[in-house]
Design a protein around this ligand. Structure first.
Ligand SMILES: NC(=O)c1ccc[n+]([C@@H]2O[C@H](COP(=O)([O-])OP(=O)(O)OC[C@H]3O[C@@H](n4cnc5c(N)ncnc54)[C@H](O)[C@@H]3O)[C@@H](O)[C@H]2O)c1
Length: 280
């Protein structure tokens, strides 16, 4: 019997792709990185990549179990790590977390504003509570961390790196992602404004814009072969990214090699935005 499903038997090229990605040893040696939302997904991949390049990691997540697990994996690669159950929408909690982390690590050199959520849906149908929630995590939480950690970096007088995990939704509107696009576009301007204010302290601030990688944020949606194949077809490179590839880009932005880059976007999208007119 033949199937009517045109995507039956579809083998995702994202799944098939096995990247050969090698961390640069010692590139981040002696650095302390605070990564929000690093209990899983892209944030965890970034934390592990930084650790493999020699950094020690302050793991922040609102879920304590995954945060502890990530910290344990980081320790196994030979770096120091401490996990904190912290909600980035709680300003006081971030201040307390930084205070506690400094007792162990003394300084913080790198901030990755990664914690994020998405509630799919159009702007016209977006409920006020979903709007508030997305803006609170994806934008206000990043603002709190930028301000609190930024002031600490200024006091330390040893420069710093800020990497904000935006999205191609920071640059282009996307259907069914109304409030998310607005929050991520706001994050883009937060990054640029911080870059302008902090350049005199030798602190850079850049936005990293992934198009997509399979994580818990979108796993349900992308488990539908029809959705996945459509997306892969729409991305010129022909697949989504692996979280390790996004982490590699973050590690570059965190390194001394990126000292001259600030207020910029690193668009990590397999060519999706450059070809926006034909696929969106
Ligand atoms: N996966 C993608 O395709 C994709 C594409 C573009 C951008 N992004 C962005 O990358 C970032 C990471 O997403 P992901 O795909 O790894 O998702 P994920 O859901 O796997 O991970 C997000 C992490 O953030 C944590 N988190 C959520 N709200 C928090 C809060 N209030 N306080 C502290 N921690 C919180 C979660 O517990 C989780 O560990 C997000 O900012 C997301 O918008 C993801």
């Amino acid at each position: 019997m033949t199937s009517n499903n045109p995507t039956a038997g579809y083998v995702s090229s994202t799944e098939r792709f096995q990247p050969r990605i090698t961390p640069t040893p010692d590139r981040l040696k002696g650095k302390i990185a605070l990564v929000t939302g690093s209990g899983r997904g892209i944030g965890k991949a970034i934390a592990l990549r930084f650790a493999r390049e020699g950094a020690d990691i302050i793991v922040i997540d609102r879920h304590p179990g995954p945060a502890e697990q990530a910290a344990e994996e980081i320790r196994q690669v030979g770096s120091r790590a401490q996990a904190f159950q912290t909600d980035v929408t709680d300003r006081e909690a971030i201040e307390q977390t930084l205070h506690a982390a400094l007792e162990e690590f003394s300084v913080v050199d790198i901030l990755v504003n990664n914690a994020g959520i998405i509630v799919f849906g159009s702007l016209m149908e977006c409920r006020t509570e979903d709007w508030d929630k997305m803006l609170a995590v994806d934008l206000t939480g990043a603002f709190y961390c930028t301000q609190i950690v930024g002031k600490q970096m200024i006091r330390q007088r040893r420069g710093g790196r800020m990497i904000h995990i935006g999205s191609t939704a920071s640059l282009l509107p996307a259907p069914e992602q109304g409030a998310y696009c607005v929050a991520k576009a706001g994050l883009r301007m937060l990054s640029k404004t911080a870059a302008m204010e902090l350049v005199r302290y030798n602190i850079t601030s850049n936005l990293l814009c992934p198009e997509g990688a399979v994580t818990d944020i979108n796993r349900d949606l992308l488990s539908d072969p029809a959705v996945m194949s459509k997306l892969e077809e729409a991305i010129p490179v022909g697949r989504l990214a692996r979280v390790e590839e996004i982490a590699a880009a973050a590690a570059f932005l965190a390194s001394d090699e990126a000292a001259y880059i600030t207020g910029a976007e690193l668009v990590h999208d397999g060519g999706a935005t450059v070809s926006a007119l034909w696929w969106r």
